[in-house]
Ligand binder design. Structure first.
Ligand SMILES: Nc1ncnc2c1ncn2[C@@H]1O[C@H](COP(=O)(O)OP(=O)(O)OP(=O)(O)O)[C@@H](O)[C@H]1O
Ligand SMILES: [Mg+2]
Length: 331
């Protein structure tokens, strides 16, 4: 049984140029204790998908217009009243943003911020909350935690700040953590430490994690299953080994050739020509067809192709390319 089941999710942003369907029919499941990776080029809807789960939209222009976000044992978050969803945030599902500074209050000492997260949801004394905050800083391997409690965010390095944000995410022992490029702003060594920290948490407590990244090397390092998104839709999903070792959708193949990361270290990088389409007026048929090296005229017709199992491979490995139904068509 999955802990999170997203079905045909559709989210729109209203802007001066029109309505962009940033998430257009996205479905995937996250299993208990699993790290689920979401990859894709900039603007393909990774953040919009994950913010839709908790309706964490900045500004009032975003709206979920269809689909379900079923959190096991809790129900459909997409239908939930804002006041009920507020209780799910942090307590059951926590969100870690790319930039730790946006998640921290610059004018409040670290210890107080972490303690407040606890006090907002649990009836504990000020002293107990501070004790718990100290333990959380220890849990995320912050050195001299007693001293850091009294520091302000700007007094800490980027890596330490992200550890504090992770400590705040862990504070209420959520069942699911959504991490939106949590290491992009950090240097490689620190990035590695943060990844190990998240993995350690999963191994220790069985928390599920959704991990958004541009880096396929990171996906290969820490994720169990993954989804590849393009222009607001999932075009391929499966176990990391299936998708990265046997990519079937031409977009996944192109991404593997284009992005740096350990999976493609031995090969020359080939950028994907062109850019993703407008989500206000997306092209008909497969949205990748205009950039696809193997596209045929039929690819650009009709509705966007849906995910289907790759015949004969694994029931869990799905792709949305109509050509992969033809044996060897894109080999
Ligand atoms: N607040 C907003 N208002 C209007 N459009 C938005 C807003 N946020 C995102 N979008 C649009 O939604 C689409 C998906 O954006 P999203 O941020 O989900 O992409 P992403 O895959 O997370 O990209 P990145 O890798 O750059 O973070 C983009 O086309 C973007 O222009
Ligand atoms: Mg994003």
């Amino acid at each position: 049984m999955s802990i999170l089941s997203i079905r045909n999710l559709q989210t729109e942003f209203r802007g001066p140029a029109g309505i962009a369907r940033a998430v257009d029919g996205v479905s995937f499941d996250v299993n208990p204790g699993e790290i689920f990776g979401i990859v894709g080029e900039s603007g393909c809807g990774k953040s919009a998908t994950c913010r839709s789960i908790l309706r964490l939209f900045a500004g009032a222009t975003a709206r979920i217009v269809g689909g379900e976000v079923i959190l096991e044992g809790t129900g459909d978050l997409a239908q939930m009243r804002e006041s009920d969803l507020a209780r799910v945030r942090g307590r059951e599902v926590a969100f870690i943003f790319q930039d730790p500074l946006t998640a921290l209050n610059p004018t409040m000492r670290i210890g107080k911020q972490v303690a407040e997260v606890i006090r907002r949801h649990r009836k504990v004394s000020r002293t107990e909350a501070r004790e718990a905050a100290l333990q959380l800083l220890r849990d995320v391997h912050i050195t001299s935690p007693e001293r850091r409690l009294d520091a302000f965010p700007h007094e800490l390095s980027g890596g330490l700040r992200q550890r504090v944000v992770i400590a705040m995410a862990l504070a209420l022992q959520p069942r699911l953590i959504i991490a939106d490029e949590p290491t992009t702003a950090l240097d490689v060594t620190v990035q590695d430490q943060i990844l190990r920290l998240l993995k350690e948490r999963r191994d220790g407590t069985g928390t599920s994690i959704i991990f958004i990244t541009h880096d396929l090397g990171v996906v290969s390092q820490i994720c169990d299953r993954m989804a590849v998104m393009y222009a607001g839709r999932v075009v391929e999903t499966g176990s990391v080994r299936q998708v990265l070792d046997h990519p079937s959708h031409p977009y996944t193949r192109a991404l593997l050739d284009a992005l740096p990361g350990q999976v493609s270290r031995d090969r020359d990088l080939t950028p994907i020509e062109g850019s993703p389409p407008s989500l206000i007026t997306p092209p008909s048929g497969c949205r990748f067809a205009p950039r696809c090296r193997v596209a045929r005229p039929c690819c650009a017709q009709g509705a966007a192709p849906v995910l289907k199992p790759r015949s004969g491979v694994s029931a869990d490995h799905l792709d949305a390319c109509i050509l992969t139904e033809v044996p060897d068509a894109i080999a």
